[in-house]
Write a protein that binds this ligand. Sequence first.
Ligand SMILES: Nc1ncnc2c1ncn2[C@@H]1O[C@H](COP(=O)(O)OP(=O)(O)OP(=O)(O)O)[C@@H](O)[C@H]1O
Ligand SMILES: [Mg+2]
Length: 149
Amino acid sequence: MSKALEMERDSAAMAYDYEVVKEDFAHAGAASSDIKKKCREIGLDKDLIRRIAVMTYEAEINIVIHSEGGVITVMIMGDRIEIWAVDRGPGIEDVALAMTAGYSTAKTSAREMGFGAGMGLPNMKKCCDEFYIESAKGEPTRIKMVIQI
Ligand SMILES: Nc1ncnc2c1ncn2[C@@H]1O[C@H](COP(=O)(O)OP(=O)(O)OP(=O)(O)O)[C@@H](O)[C@H]1O
Ligand SMILES: [Mg+2]
């Protein structure tokens, strides 16, 4: 785990980790369903829950489809929720291009399941208050999303 994530986790009231497995379509969406349930339990506003679910779901699916697998960490802090998505590569060569609506490198198999519109990353960014992405070819992709609650 990175030092930065470790420090954030220390100040979180609650932290949940979800292992996301490469090409495991059967369990894709499990993290976002679980986090949705937890947000309901703490009484968050409906629209906030919807945004958190979208952010988590899109991050989860991207790890399933495009990466070697990774972990989604959701931290509930006093004033905000942070969602971190960190995978094990293969990374994104051109991050600005990947952030462009409509850009997708999804394989035919993923497209046949309805993925590959190239809207996941733009939607994630739109749903949160702060969005950070760090990646490069041959490196892990690290995404941090913050939403004020
Ligand atoms: N975790 C990741 N690892 C490697 N590449 C990624 C990752 N996430 C996104 N990408 C790259 O960025 C592109 C755009 O991602 P985005 O989520 O916006 O669209 P998509 O996943 O292709 O389609 P959609 O999300 O609409 O089903 C992907 O096609 C892929 O090339
Ligand atoms: Mg996507």
